[in-house]
Each structure stands twice: as structure tokens, then as C-alpha cells.
Design a protein around this ligand. Structure first.
Ligand code: SF4
Ligand code: SF4
Length: 483
């Protein structure tokens, strides 16, 4: 009977794999340099964006990217999103989701390997490890060494740097929600809102823990995205793969030099494993722990160069190409995988949503109104037989300057209107109001129609001096005519 056949697990068996600390070795190469570039750009954007200024005139904040929860606005350079335009944010989120599918279809788990925040911060913390404790061997020795004053000092120094990075990360996050220079001053003076301190504390703690200690555990056990990606990958997907038909049987360089025909190109130097940030051996085949960062490609290419063999024993390739190559065909250029029909479909959908959002953004009006009629009572019958309905009308001025906006009645012949700040005697079919920059002006509007007017619909229309207008149809309630 095989050990897995319906036998209870031995009493000593654990449900969980024992955690082994990964100490990736320093490596240089084109993919490592690309990772440096992505790290600099992504961290630069994250930490620097709240400090960018953008002149929107005297009536709007001058922070380039701002989520203004208090006034319910989202600013991004020249774009200002109001709450009723949340569909833009929903569209961007949908684009981000489809963008992940697109990236996975085109270049496999490149998001995980280069741009995911967990990857970027883990990479940063691993550089801190190297800076404080040295490279892989020195760190492994230090881990095994007994606790001494020197080891404690190194640990303290390292964790302090972790904490500073984590605090800076949490601090940068809250800057997106208020004017960054003002909030910084208030934060250090103890005058910021409690939620700001709580947010920084939570993000400092999670960054410290996830980037400093949990690292590859997050990718392998906690994050759902690798599972979803695994379902999306097929034999046409680009993955980092070890070309076993070329590398096996593996043997040390010494053995291979003695019997060149008996061994493949892999000299079993273990460099690909030593540099791997998740600590896996890519020679065991594609696996969920591989975030396709390609550092093992850099390591193996360097070994191949040193021993005078062609590069690419570990390389980006599709499983389909691997089979063709193993059968003797020439390697296919990687860019050809980008024209996979599924990739083109994702690109088409992603581009169409993007174009629709851009069109909607470019053609949206900066004048608007919403109307809500009173439900109780639905109408008032006046002593002269005329009928009055009441409404709350909100005029929206979405420009960053004050504008005079005219409100008028469309339909409902003979009807006039007035507001709380007008006399009923001044009732008219159109009046104007000055609406401050970037605000919604609520008005109580009373519409009165002559005796004998029946129920029906009409519209309020708002027009701004630059010709923009918006209208909203609503009901006019009246008593049933006598039978
Ligand atoms: S196996 Fe290679 S590509 Fe995969 S995570 Fe490790 S180093 Fe990166
Ligand atoms: S780095 Fe290359 S040669 Fe060395 S063990 Fe890995 S696959 Fe083999």
C-alpha cells in the first residue's frame, strides 16, 4: 500500500510546512536592474505624489492628487470627480482588474514579480537586510549564531530601519486624504484627527510585519491572486521556466568536464535557488511560489557565461515553446507570445473602457441639478383654487469659479415659482442665483399652477452663462378633477 492510501497521517506529521527563512543572495543582471527601476518608480510615485502641487485657482485645493472625503471630491491633476460621477472610479477599478488579466495573459505573473506592493516592499526590506547584516552567507551565519550584544545591536538597527520605512509608508498614505504640508504640521503638533494617527499606526504595523517578516509567506499562502492566475495560465502563457531537456542530467562542473557527454548544461551550482526571493527551486518545474521575478535567469545566465555555455537555461518561455524547443526547433522570440488572441481581446476590452471613460470625461458638463419633490403633502390646494408643489432643487457648479446660474420652468403652462429668499409676489418662471465655485447650492422651490391645472410632468432647467445646461423632469401633483 502506498503511504497516501487512506492511512492516517503519522502522529508527528504537521498540517503546516515548517517556515524556513529565505536569505536571497545579491545578484546583478538585466532583470535585477529592471526591478530596481520599477522599485524606484513605484516608490517614488507612492511617496512623492501627495507633495505635487497643481494650480486650480483660488477656490480649489492645490494638491495634484487628493481624495477630499470632507467635501466628497477626488482630484487628479485637472480632473475633479464629484460623488455623482463615481462611475469614473468604478470604470478605473474595472480597468485595473482587466489590466491585471491583460498583464497575466501577456507576460505571466509580471505584476507579482515586479510591481505588487508586497514584492516592492519585501525587496526593499531585503536590501536593508543586506545593508545591515551582509549578503546571504553572512545572514545565514548570523541567524544561526547565539545571541550576543553584537547580534542584538544588528537586529535593533535592522528593525529600526524597518520601522522607519513602515512609518513613512503609513504616513504617506494619509497624505492622499488632506493637504500634505498642512497635515504633516498638524500630525507632528498632535492636532491631526485621531483617524489619521490610527491609520498610520495600522499601516506601520502591517508594513513592518508583512514586508519585514512574512514576505514570501504572503505570496504563497495569503494572497488569492496566485490562485486566480494559476487558473488563467495555460501552455501559451509566458512563465519563467527551466529547460530540463538542456540542463539534465545535471552534474557539477568538475564531473561535466570529465565526462562532457554524460551531463546537461546545469552544473548544479544552486545559484538560481540562492537568489530566489521566495526560496524555491525553479528546476522542479512551474510552481505557485514562483513570482516570475526572473532573478534566477540573471543568476543562471551569469553562470552560463562563466562556463562558456549559451544563456537561457532558465528563461522566460511558454510551455508550448518549451515543447517545440525540446523537439529541436529554434527558440521563438518572446514578443510573439504578446500577440496571443486572448491577450488581444483583453487589450481590446481594456482600451474600449478607457476610451469610453476619456470620452465621458471630455464631454461632461460642469453644470447640473437634482430635483426632489416633497412627498408629504404631495400638493397644497390654495384658497383661490391654484395648486402648489414644493421641491428641493440642488444647483451644481462644477467649475472652480463662481457662476450665475439661471433656473427655469419648462412646461406646466401658467405656473410660476419662488424660493424661501423671495416673496411669493415675485414668483416667476425663471430666476438666477450666484453659485460659488465648486459647490452645490440647495434651494427650496415652490411651484404654483393656476386653478384647474391637472397632475402631470414638467422640467426644471438650469443654464449657466457659458451655455451649459442640464434639466430634470419631475412630477407636478394636483387633485383629481371632479367627475
Ligand atoms: S524561481 Fe526565479 S523567477 Fe521564480 S521567484 Fe524564484 S527567482 Fe523569481
Ligand atoms: S543557476 Fe543554472 S546552472 Fe546553476 S543550478 Fe541553477 S539552473 Fe543549474
Amino acid at each position: 500500500m502506498r503511504p497516501t492510501d487512506l492511512q492516517p497521517a503519522p502522529a508527528s506529521a504537521s498540517l503546516y510546512e515548517k517556515h524556513t527563512t529565505v536569505h536571497p543572495k545579491r545578484i546583478d543582471g538585466p532583470f535585477r536592474r529592471f526591478k530596481w527601476l520599477v522599485m524606484l518608480v513605484t516608490l517614488g510615485i507612492y511617496y512623492g505624489t501627495p507633495w505635487l502641487r497643481w494650480d486650480r485657482g483660488p477656490y480649489a485645493p492645490d494638491q495634484a492628487v487628493l481624495i477630499d472625503l470632507e467635501h466628497r471630491r477626488f482630484y487628479m491633476f485637472d480632473i475633479e470627480i464629484w460623488p455623482h460621477e463615481f462611475y469614473f472610479v468604478a470604470g478605473l477599478l474595472i480597468m485595473a482588474g482587466i489590466g491585471l488579466f491583460l498583464i497575466t495573459s501577456a507576460v505571466g505573473r509580471a505584476w507579482c514579480g515586479y510591481a505588487c506592493p508586497q514584492t516592492v516592499w519585501t525587496d526593499l526590506f531585503q536590501h536593508v537586510d543586506r545593508f545591515v547584516d551582509g549578503d546571504r552567507n553572512a545572514r545565514m551565519r548570523l541567524d544561526k549564531a547565539p545571541w550576543t550584544a553584537g547580534k542584538a545591536a544588528r537586529r535593533l538597527a535592522k528593525w529600526t530601519i524597518y520601522l522607519v520605512i513602515a512609518f513613512w509608508t503609513g504616513g504617506a498614505w494619509i497624505m492622499y486624504f488632506a493637504d500634505a504640508p498642512t497635515l504633516t504640521r498638524e500630525f507632528w503638533a498632535g492636532d491631526a484627527a485621531p483617524v489619521a494617527y490610527a491609520t498610520v499606526a495600522v499601516l506601520t504595523g502591517t508594513t513592518f510585519l508583512l514586508g519585514g517578516f512574512m514576505r514570501e509567506q504572503v505570496c504563497i499562502y495569503m494572497c488569492p491572486w496566485p490562485r486566480i492566475q494559476t487558473a488563467m495560465l495555460d501552455e501559451k502563457s509566458l512563465i519563467v521556466t527551466y529547460k530540463d531537456w538542456r540542463g539534465e542530467p545535471r552534474g557539477s562542473l568538475k564531473k561535466a568536464q570529465k565526462a562532457p557527454d554524460a551531463f546537461g548544461d546545469c552544473v548544479d551550482c544552486n545559484q538560481c535557488v540562492a537568489v530566489c526571493p521566495t526560496g524555491i527551486d525553479i528546476r522542479e518545474g512551474p510552481q505557485i511560489g514562483c513570482i516570475t521575478c526572473a532573478l534566477c535567469i540573471d543568476a543562471c545566465d551569469r553562470v552560463m557565461k562563466e562556463i562558456g555555455r549559451p544563456r537561457g537555461l532558465i528563461d522566460y518561455a511558454t510551455l508550448e515553446d518549451c515543447e517545440r524547443e525540446a523537439a529541436g526547433a529554434a527558440p521563438r522570440p518572446v514578443w510573439k507570445t504578446l500577440t496571443h488572441p486572448r491577450t488581444l481581446i483583453y487589450l481590446g476590452v481594456w482600451s474600449a473602457i478607457g476610451a469610453a471613460l476619456l470620452f465621458a470625461l471630455g464631454t461632461r458638463a460642469h453644470t447640473g441639478l437634482t430635483v426632489q419633490s416633497d412627498r408629504n403633502p404631495p400638493f397644497m390646494l390654495m384658497s383661490d383654487g391654484s395648486v402648489r408643489n414644493s421641491y428641493t432643487v440642488k444647483l451644481r457648479n462644477m467649475q472652480s469659479r463662481p457662476r450665475t446660474m439661471a433656473l427655469s420652468l419648462v412646461g406646466l403652462p401658467g405656473a410660476t415659482m419662488w424660493t424661501d429668499d423671495m416673496s411669493k409676489d415675485a414668483a416667476t418662471r425663471q430666476f438666477a442665483r450666484e453659485v460659488s465655485a465648486d459647490v452645490t447650492l440647495p434651494l427650496r422651490v415652490y411651484v404654483i399652477a393656476p386653478r384647474g391645472t391637472g397632475g402631470g410632468t414638467f422640467a426644471f432647467q438650469v443654464t449657466s452663462p457659458d451655455g451649459e445646461s442640464d434639466s430634470s423632469e419631475t412630477a407636478f401633483n394636483a387633485p383629481e378633477p371632479p367627475r
